[in-house]
Design a protein around this ligand. Structure first.
Ligand code: AMP
Length: 399
């Protein structure tokens, strides 16, 4: 079965075409600047050079049509006809409380997706546009929605409820949802398998440390708590997002600094995090380099980032009354031995000891714990696209 995985942003579209018999990627790419000047498709067939096709693209439908053109092109293509694509898996950011798993998309699901737009006004509309475009162009393919929030729907009420009037949850859906669910689920599955265990016998803390960052407590296969909340702004200090702050700070900014709602929103989402603290960059590579040169604000940003990660790991070990595996993933988690070492230095009280030699590795699955460590510490490159393709295949097979 060939499965196309689509991830639509407001002006971009990422795709991967999988052959699910071997779970291999046949081709992948990115359409950028949709609806803007200079739109283009960057397409890579596995094992070949990238090709760039420049084309005016007004909307996501034209972008999908161009992706299909590239996939079936006599020169850069990997399939002979659109009909070879049996199913399409769409990444959808917010499923609210409606979706606790992936679903085959039909009219009712589309209506439910539209009713969740208020929960993710920036992300869900482009996701919906992508689904509509694919349904129009490939009406015979099974369309599947895979939600970033679904894995966390197993959280108990005492973990997802905020200390706010209960009606705000009941009437307006204000609660913790959590995000990066596909990544946490994939990493938890790989972590258990790498340790030769079944998911239902281990307690895992998955640390997705990228530009967006979140940590999840996975107790015997179920997400029981996660650091992102009602929106992806809560939790860890991120590239440009503040993570946890005193909720009274926005009032102070509005009252004392005369900032508007839009300015505060922009400040917390785009100008905070390690960028805001360091003043250097949101990219951890630049910050690590500046810190090595002795830049004190860059050093402070790294220390504050790692300290917040340590606190969440400690909290989630307590939430699960123990932890068997700690797994690192995403840009920084996969590629920064110094960050992993700094975090693990404070986790020996849990019986988690890192091996400095084994930790000297980037972007590959590895057990980086010391032989004496009671907790396994793992590095697992995430693969959200493969997870989406697997979910899509399972649903399409029963459709
Ligand atoms: P992601 O959002 O998962 O793509 O992660 C992006 C983040 O990972 C960026 O802040 C990058 O700086 C960081 N990253 C990627 N490679 C490295 C590296 N070799 N060392 C440190 N940080 C890295």
């Amino acid at each position: 079965m060939k499965v196309l995985v689509i991830n639509c942003g407001s002006s971009s579209l990422k795709y991967q075409l999988f052959n699910m018999e071997t779970e291999s990627v046949l081709a992948k790419g990115l359409v950028e600047r949709i609806g803007l000047d200079g739109s283009a498709l960057i397409h890579t067939v596995t094992g070949k050079e990238k090709v760039r096709l420049e084309r005016d693209l007004d909307n996501h439908k034209q972008a999908i049509a161009l992706v299909l053109e590239a996939l079936t092109d006599p020169e850069h293509g990997v399939i002979s006809s659109f009909a070879d694509i049996e199913a399409i898996g769409h990444r959808v950011v917010h499923g609210g409380e409606t979706f606790s798993g992936s679903v085959k998309i039909d009219r009712e699901v589309m209506a439910a997706l539209r009713s969740n737009i208020d929960l993710a006004p920036l992300h869900n509309p482009p996701n919906i546009m992508g689904i509509e475009a694919c349904t129009e162009i490939l009406p015979n393919a099974v369309q599947v929605g895979v939600f970033d929030t679904a894995f966390h729907q197993t959280m108990p009420d005492y973990a997802f409820i905020y200390g706010l009037p209960y009606e705000l949850y009941k009437k307006h859906g204000i609660r913790r949802y959590g995000f990066h669910g596909t990544s946490h689920q994939y990493v938890a599955q790989r972590a258990a398998s790498l340790c030769g265990k079944s998911l239902d016998e281990v307690k895992i803390i998955t640390c997705h440390l990228g530009n967006g960052a979140s940590i999840t407590a996975v107790d015997r296969g179920k997400s029981v708590d996660t650091s992102m909340g009602f929106t992806p702004l809560e939790g860890l200090i991120m590239g440009t997002r503040s993570g946890d702050i005193d909720p009274a700070i926005p009032f102070y900014l509005m009252k004392q600094l005369n900032m508007s709602y839009d300015e505060v929103n922009d400040l917390l989402n785009k100008r905070s995090g390690v960028l805001g603290i360091s003043g250097v960059s949101s990219d951890f590579r630049d910050i690590e380099e500046a810190a090595d040169r002795g830049d004190q604000r860059a050093q402070l940003a790294l220390r504050a980032f790692c300290y917040r990660v340590i606190k969440y790991i400690g909290a989630y070990a307590a939430a699960m009354n123990g932890v068997d595996i700690i797994a690192f993933t995403a840009g920084l988690g996969e590629n920064s031995p110094p960050a992993r070492a700094e975090i693990c230095k404070s986790l020996t009280f849990l019986g988690a000891e890192i091996d400095e030699q084994k930790n000297n590795i980037r972007g590959k699955e590895a057990d980086i714990s010391a032989d004496t460590s009671r907790v396994r510490i793992l590095l697992i490159p995430t693969n959200e696209e493969l997870m989406i393709a697997r979910e899509t295949k399972a649903i399409a097979a029963n459709a």
